[in-house]
Design a protein around this ligand. Structure first.
Ligand SMILES: *[C@@H]1O[C@H](CO)[C@@H](O)[C@H](O)[C@H]1NC(C)=O
Ligand SMILES: *[C@@H]1O[C@H](CO)[C@@H](O)[C@H](O)[C@H]1NC(C)=O
Ligand SMILES: *[C@@H]1O[C@H](CO)[C@@H](O)[C@H](O)[C@H]1NC(C)=O
Ligand SMILES: *[C@@H]1O[C@H](CO)[C@@H](O)[C@H](O)[C@H]1NC(C)=O
Ligand SMILES: *[C@@H]1O[C@H](CO)[C@@H](O)[C@H](O)[C@H]1NC(C)=O
Ligand SMILES: *[C@@H]1O[C@H](CO)[C@@H](O)[C@H](O)[C@H]1NC(C)=O
Ligand SMILES: *[C@@H]1O[C@H](CO)[C@@H](O)[C@H](O)[C@H]1NC(C)=O
Ligand SMILES: *[C@@H]1O[C@H](CO)[C@@H](O)[C@H](O)[C@H]1NC(C)=O
Ligand SMILES: *[C@@H]1O[C@H](CO)[C@@H](O)[C@H](O)[C@H]1NC(C)=O
Ligand SMILES: *[C@@H]1O[C@H](CO)[C@@H](O)[C@H](O)[C@H]1NC(C)=O
Ligand SMILES: *[C@@H]1O[C@H](CO)[C@@H](O)[C@H](O)[C@H]1NC(C)=O
Length: 699
């Protein structure tokens, strides 16, 4: 058995060089600069800062394709339903389900309250803040009319340089986002500016709020009468205020040469910024904020601060250099690692955990999922990028009170975290949403990783109330079964894979292991603070039902039938593989049984149906078993594609990108590079020359 020993020295192995700032990071990063010559129909090239992102087409702006401008703070509510008795949030009562002999009220859509249930699912939804594109006079230009389109995303500096020629005249556009404010800075050079044939338009859509997946383009540009925009101009500055029902925000535009902004006559919410005749450059910044703050930020300011931020981002924390010149798999993986690091800083580093599609488009109405927080944030810890992790890890504290309320409402102790969330912590009604439980121990995983980094009183205090609240819920949720004399998890419940009958699902392997892990960390937290561990925590942990095994292999849950041949089960998240890899080995863990389980998954699972973090999960398990070759194979599986701009393809185009796959891949690579307690050597394929530096060891 491998026993966690957090303070082992960093391992050094034959082919892996573990160093400190030895790798020429800049040259590796720049090798993967995007070089494109056409727009991607559903994956924009992006700039952004984690809380704000601006997606562009080949013009460097949103000229031909209305790619989105999304933020952490831009949200909207549709009007409440007018159906009798469903006109207020308080009219929603959810559903009562039998739970171990008592009725528990769950936050589930109620067929008798269909409209208010749906309203609560769809509201608030994230809004597209606006579209900024090139304006070609009265002409309606298409991308096909451009000659020599060319676009480069410089990853080291966070800038997009685009150029093309139109009507024989060159156009250069440079686009960059501020790391500090939600600002896009744009510099344009062209003779067309001087001749009055080129300007920049700004357009503002209404919120749609109708589609669970609002992709690839968010918002309605044709519902012009449902919202208002007003323009206030001063010399070289303008503020456009946009009001969509109760939501109002400002776009502040500041430009540097002589130019004028006006509303276009035939399109209500479209404004055009045009330079004076003879002026062949136009530089401006557009800052989006709930309320304009008199920004005077210039293009050059933003360009400089972005270059500083991005070079610092690449220079700190973990870094991996793979043998890209000798092995094409290594090259593809290196490409994915670098592009993913860029995309997660843009899309997955905000004040709230990311939505699955980041700030590219809206999935699940723009809401984020608390069970996905593990996949979105865990990689920052092993890559030693705590400042980005810190931006959103505070949700456990922010949502603690409403989680206590949720548990109490259901007759449990402690704090039960919700699922599909908006920034206020409201969890959307849903059968799965209300019955999933694997999000509960995530705070224990994060707290422990943080403590390994900073074993201080401050860390203990930061997580103390949270871990206590979660542990109390976990203990009170486990149900003592008189006949087996063990504590059961469920029913009703959904396991990670969300595909079983919740009224029959009992004692899923992964959840049992995660419960034991979580209670173990919560107990250590008490001990570290010289407090007694509550007896009930120990009792439940020691007496949880055993991990279910059938025919020598771990199964999804106790008593599951025909799991290996069921087309529903053997095609979904194989979450139970998290038993070894994702989680450190439990004292009940049986390596032989696990090895058999892995073999059985490889042999019988419908891999074509897997996506997202399934592949990283399997890679982590393979790596923990010492099979680096197989780990790489999973990360590069043909069902796990990453497109030319670095975005992971979801189960379908609408659900693309699916960032838990990206973040999970970085976690897998980070663990393979940084190792875990008890690991003696590297886990990359034999013969690969790999250099790594700056990682934090996992548990
Ligand atoms: C972009 O480059 C590809 C590959 O070099 C080429 O086939 C394609 O025609 C180019 N497209 C445009 C619009 O120039
Ligand atoms: C949407 O409505 C909810 C419930 O009234 C409220 O808490 C929230 O602040 C509203 N959000 C927006 C963006 O208007
Ligand atoms: C609304 O509620 C009232 C009182 O609870 C009830 O009498 C009435 O039938 C309900 N109306 C509808 C349309 O459900
Ligand atoms: C589970 O049981 C509840 C009653 O407690 C019932 O309302 C619900 O329909 C059942 N769900 C399924 C999926 O069978
Ligand atoms: C506005 O009018 C111009 C012609 O005057 C036309 O080219 C443009 O497409 C129109 N825009 C819209 C949104 O109708
Ligand atoms: C511009 O041209 C495109 C492609 O021909 C067409 O789809 C679009 O409707 C046109 N837009 C306007 C405003 O005329
Ligand atoms: C507005 O555009 C959407 C698609 O973007 C379309 O489904 C809808 O019918 C349009 N509505 C009107 C009033 O034109
Ligand atoms: C716009 O407002 C009209 C009138 O209130 C309403 O019928 C329509 O559904 C609204 N459109 C959207 C997209 O909300
Ligand atoms: C690259 O490395 C992988 C993993 O070891 C190996 O399977 C593959 O054959 C190698 N490819 C080449 C071209 O060397
Ligand atoms: C107690 O555990 C047994 C074996 O897991 C199970 O079949 C039974 O349903 C449980 N009892 C209750 C009341 O849930
Ligand atoms: C571990 O699992 C294997 C195969 O599933 C089994 O034969 C063995 O008895 C188990 N070991 C223990 C200690 O339970």
């Amino acid at each position: 058995m491998l026993i966690p020993t957090p303070h082992l020295p960093i391992w050094v192995a034959a082919l892996v060089v573990v160093g400190n700032c030895e790798i020429d990071r800049e040259s590796i990063v720049r090798q993967y600069n995007l070089k494109l010559n056409q727009s991607h129909p559903y994956s924009p090239v992006q700039i952004g800062n984690g809380n704000f992102a601006f997606g562009v087409d080949v013009s460097g702006l949103q000229t031909f394709l209305p790619h989105n401008t999304l933020s952490s703070w831009g949200w909207h509510n549709s009007s409440l339903p007018t159906t009798p008795n469903q006109t207020a949030i308080s009219d929603f009562t959810g559903q009562d389900w039998w739970t171990h002999g008592r009725l528990v009220n769950y936050n589930q859509p109620n067929p008798a309250e269909k409209d208010i249930s749906q309203w609560l699912i769809a509201n608030p939804h994230r809004i597209n803040l606006g579209r900024i594109g090139l304006w070609f006079g009265d002409k309606n230009i298409t991308e096909n009319e451009l000659a020599k389109p060319s676009q480069v995303l410089d990853l080291w500096e966070g800038t997009i340089s685009s150029s093309f020629s139109w009507n024989g005249k060159e156009v250069y556009v440079k686009t960059v986002a501020s790391p500090d404010t939600d600002t896009v800075a744009v510099g344009i050079e062209s003779q067309l500016l001087g001749s009055g044939d080129l300007g920049v338009f700004f357009d503002f859509p209404y919120a749609s709020g109708k589609n669970k997946f609002d992709a690839p383009f968010v918002g309605l540009f044709n519902a012009t009468s449902n919202h208002t925009t007003t323009l206030i101009t001063k010399k070289n500055r303008a503020t456009i205020s946009h009001t969509l029902d109760a939501t109002t925000y400002d776009t502040q535009i500041v430009w540097e040469s002589d130019a004028k902004i006006t509303r276009t006559r035939n399109a209500t919410h479209r404004y055009v910024l045009k330079p004076e005749k003879g002026c062949e450059t136009l530089a401006f910044t557009a800052t989006f904020a709930p309320k304009a703050k008199n920004s005077r930020v210039s293009f050059a300011d933003v360009e400089e601060s972005a270059a500083d931020w991005w070079s610092d981002y690449w220079s700190t924390g973990g870094f991996v250099s793979l043998p890209t010149s000798t092995n094409s798999s290594a090259k593809e993986l290196q490409r994915r690692i670098i592009l993913t690091q860029y995309l997660l800083a843009v899309n997955g580093a905000g004040k709230d955990p990311a939505q699955e599609s980041g700030l590219v488009n809206n999935g699940w109405y723009g809401k984020f999922h608390l069970e996905m927080v593990f996949w979105h944030l865990a990689h920052w810890t092993v890559w030693d990028k705590w400042d980005l992790y810190d931006r959103s890890i505070g949700i456990y504290d922010r949502f603690l009170k409403s989680s206590y309320d949720r548990a109490k409402h259901q007759g449990y102790q402690g704090a039960r975290f919700g699922k599909m969330s908006d920034p206020s912590g409201h969890s959307a009604p849903g059968e799965i949403n209300s019955l999933l439980i694997w999000q509960q121990p995530h705070p224990m995983w994060f707290a422990e990783m943080e403590y390994r980094k900073s074993p201080t009183q401050k860390t203990l205090q930061r997580w103390d109330k949270i871990l206590t609240g979660v542990a109390e819920f976990m203990v009170s949720y486990a149900w003592y079964n008189q006949s087996t004399e063990a504590y059961d998890l469920g029913p009703p419940m959904y396991p990670v894979s969300e595909n079983t009958n919740p009224n029959q699902t009992i004692n899923p392997t992964f959840e049992l292991a995660y419960w034991r892990f979580g209670l173990d960390v919560a107990s250590k937290w008490q001990t570290r603070q010289h407090r007694a561990v509550p007896a009930s925590w120990r009792t439940v942990k020691e007496n949880l039902a055993p991990f279910p095994i059938q025919d020598d292999v771990y199964v999804l849950y106790e008593g599951v039938e025909d799991m290996w041949t069921s087309p529903e089960i053997a095609a979904d998240h194989p979450g139970f593989l998290g038993l070894y890899g994702w989680l450190p080995p439990d004292s009940r863990f049986n390596l032989t049984a696990f090895q058999h389980t892995v073999d059985k998954v490889y042999a019988s699972w419908d891999l074509a149906n897997l996506y997202g973090w399934d592949f990283p999960l399997m890679a982590i398990a393979a790596a923990r078993l010492g099979n680096g070759e197989q780990a790489i194979r999973w990360l590069l599986d043909s069902n796990n594609q990453v497109n030319e701009v670095g975005m992971p393809e979801g189960g379908n185009r609408v659900a693309t990108p699916y960032f838990p796959a990206s973040a999970g891949m970085l976690l897998a690579v980070g663990m393979m590079a940084g190792g875990w307690d008890g690991l003696e050597g590297p886990v990359f394929p034999e013969g690969w020359k790999v250099e790594v530096e700056g990682f934090q060891r996992a548990m």
